[in-house]
Ligand binder design. Structure first.
Ligand SMILES: *Cc1c(COP(=O)(O)O)cnc(C)c1O
Ligand code: SF4
Length: 449
């Protein structure tokens, strides 16, 4: 590996030191400050030097990927924070305003906090979520930050110190007990933040007990990560890079499948040589890299970008997995692509790639009832409809059963859709209502997200 700049993080306090920032007008820097007081902001030396095309900034999609944009706040919220900063208001006053704005941005979409917390012998298991039968999500406490923050991230509240969102666990023993008690769980997904921010030693503290427990039902260990794009040196030159790769090999040696759920939003992220080398190094351990990304206005709402991304991923030995719809939280209004348009983009890109790239599913909404895929737009008995199915369901019986919604060009989320053919509700709604009633947080039950 040729020498490279060491990891350096930039946030609100030091982003003006980034040499390339000097090229940008003061208004852009002020926007970053205003929006960065409400939504999390962090970028790093690799993103700055090897991903962003500074000649295209501030419109460059990879600039938009980590730098806050004015449009991410509604104009009244922008005006409020901008006004406070301009009049030199006290930091505590800005914070109160920022917290009030955050609370109105649906910080806990899809029932993450209220509906998905598993229990063991009646005790809630903090730092875990269990929504779909086969897969438990585990949030290791040292993995709850990232090498940089994506401007659109749906986990944004946990990066702005919203304390009530305590998705963090050190309790791998409890995870092992839970897996013993729930033999239908086959997958544990380590997520965050980005678990690959952790040292090899910390990673091993979670992985080794899982492997040592010799759980026959546990077949797949997954890691959700954006490190291949945001800091590929994690697998190349970091001082414990070799240990990380050796740990990955131990998972395969223990007879488990290690699935790296890699997050790439734009084909340019796959171009730098260190990214390609990191992908190769991870694959050589026996891990399989699957790729996923939301579809995002201002970043990747163009079918040519997706077909290039999927083609390149297949070339590099990765498996395209999901195209998501931007979630209904945070700056969704800025990044959202309407569902009908999302389907058109997906379809156009899907048609262009080899069958090897068509392992991808999308566009897919991680909504409260499940992962709902828009299969397409059709016409039946003279009515224009949208056809959807669940890829995952809160009730496994919902999976792969098509349902039909009235055609709606503006809809950006499942909750915007209404049943077609004069129906009054979708087949899953009654059971979902019942589920809400049985769960404590009744205030979340008015609508499904
Ligand atoms: C997406 C998701 C999973 C994993 O779903 P797969 O389709 O198996 O990749 C698990 N749990 C939750 C809560 C999810 O949103
Ligand atoms: S890397 Fe993942 S968790 Fe971290 S900011 Fe980006 S999308 Fe969010």
């Amino acid at each position: 590996m040729p020498p490279h700049s060491p990891y350096k993080a930039y946030s609100l306090s030091n982003f003006r030191d980034i040499p390339q920032m000097a090229m940008l007008p003061e208004e852009v820097k002020f926007d970053i400050e205003v929006v960065g007081h409400v939504l999390p902001f962090k970028t790093n030396s690799f993103v700055i030097e090897q991903l962003i095309d500074w000649d295209q900034a501030p419109d460059d999609p990879l600039f938009v990927l980590t730098f806050p944009q004015r449009g991410m706040l509604r104009s009244e919220h922008y005006a409020e924070i901008a006004g406070l900063l301009q009049e030199g208001a006290d930091a505590s006053v800005v914070k109160v305003a920022a917290n009030r704005i955050r609370a109105g941005l649906n910080p806990h979409p899809a029932g993450q906090v209220s509906h998905n917390i598993p229990t063991l012998e009646g005790e809630p298991l903090d730092g875990m979520q269990h929504k779909y039968r086969e897969t438990v999500l585990f949030f290791p406490s040292q993995g709850q930050t990232c090498h940089a923050y994506c401007s659109f991230c749906f986990r944004w509240p946990q990066f702005v110190g919203q304390a009530e969102l305590k998705f963090a666990s050190r309790e791998v023993e409890r995870l092992v007990e839970y897996l013993k008690a729930n033999p239908r769980v086959t997958d544990v997904l380590f997520t965050g933040g980005d678990p690959m921010i952790m040292s090899a030693r910390h990673l091993a503290e979670y992985f080794e007990p899982l492997l040592a427990a010799d759980l026959p039902n546990l077949r797949h260990i997954r890691i959700g990560t954006k490190s291949l794009s945001f800091w590929p040196y994690r697998y190349l030159t970091d001082k414990d890079a070799g240990e990380v790769l050796a740990l990955f090999r131990r998972v395969a040696d223990a007879g488990k499948h290690l699935a790296v759920m890699a997050h790439f939003n734009h084909p340019r992220e796959l171009r730098p040589e260190p990214v390609r080398k990191a992908i190769r190094a991870v694959r050589e351990t026996g891990a399989v890299i699957r790729t996923q990304s939301p579809l995002l206005a201002h970043i990747n709402d163009d079918p040519a970008l997706w077909s290039e991304m999927w083609d390149t991923q297949v070339d590099l030995g990765c498996v395209p997995y999901y195209m998501f719809v931007a979630r209904n939280t945070g700056a969704q209004h800025y990044f959202a692509v309407p569902l009908v348009r999302a389907w058109e983009i997906f379809r156009e890109a899907y048609q262009r790639v080899s069958g090897l790239g068509r392992s991808v599913r999308g566009p897919c909404m991680s909504a409260n009832p499940g992962k709902a895929q828009v299969l397409g737009v059709s016409e039946m008995n003279g009515e224009k409809v949208m056809v959807l199915r669940f890829i995952q369901g809160r009730d496994p019986d919902w999976v792969h059963r098509p349902f039909f919604a009235r055609y709606d060009e503006q809809a950006t989320w499942l909750s915007d859709l209404r049943p077609a053919f004069g129906g009054t509700s979708f087949y899953f709604e009654e059971e979902l209502e019942q589920f809400y009633r049985e769960n404590l947080r009744a205030e979340h039950s008015e609508d499904y997200e």
